[in-house]
Design a protein around this ligand. Structure first.
Ligand code: DGP
Length: 117
C-alpha cells in the first residue's frame, strides 16, 4: 500500500524501534507511548483494520495475538499484567489504517475506558 505509514515501516522506508519480527509479523515501539511499555504489533501485509480481516486471515490473527503475548513477556510485563488493544474506527480512536495491536503495560491501568455510571 503506497501511502500507508505502517507499510512504509514494514518496507524499511520509515524508521522504527523494532522489537520483534518474523515472516508475517512486525512489532515496534509506539512513537507516542501511552504506558511504560507500548508496542504495536502489525501484519507485514496490508490489512486496513480489524473489520477488514477475512476468513483467510484467521491464522494471521492468531500469529498477531501470540506475538503480542510473547512480546509482553519479553518486555517484562507478563506477570505484572498487560493489555492488548485494537482500536477500530473513529469512536475507538483508530488513526492509522493498517491493522495493529497495542501491547500496553509496565504500570497499573484504569478500567473501563469509558465511564458507564
Ligand atoms: P491508533 O490510534 O490505534 O490507530 O494507533 C496508532 C498508533 O501509531 C498511535 O498510538 C501512534 C502510533 N504512531 C503513529 N505514527 C507512528 C510512527 O511513525 N512510528 C511509530 N513507531 N508509531 C507511530
Amino acid at each position: 500500500m503506497n501511502d500507508c505509514l505502517f507499510c512504509s515501516i514494514v518496507q524499511g522506508h520509515t524508521p522504527a524501534d523494532i522489537v520483534y519480527q518474523d515472516e508475517d509479523v512486525l512489532a515496534f515501539r509506539d512513537i507516542h507511548p501511552k504506558a511504560p511499555v507500548h508496542v504495536l504489533v502489525i501484519p507485514r501485509k496490508h490489512v486496513r483494520g480489524y473489520r477488514d480481516a477475512e476468513e483467510k486471515d484467521e491464522a494471521l490473527l492468531g500469529r498477531l495475538a501470540r506475538a503480542a503475548a510473547s512480546i509482553a513477556e519479553s518486555e517484562g510485563t507478563g506477570a505484572g499484567g498487560f493489555r492488548v488493544v485494537v482500536n477500530s474506527g473513529a469512536d475507538a480512536g483508530q488513526s492509522v489504517d493498517h491493522l495493529h495491536l497495542h501491547v500496553l503495560g509496565g504500570a497499573p491501568m484504569g478500567w473501563p475506558p469509558w465511564p458507564s455510571g
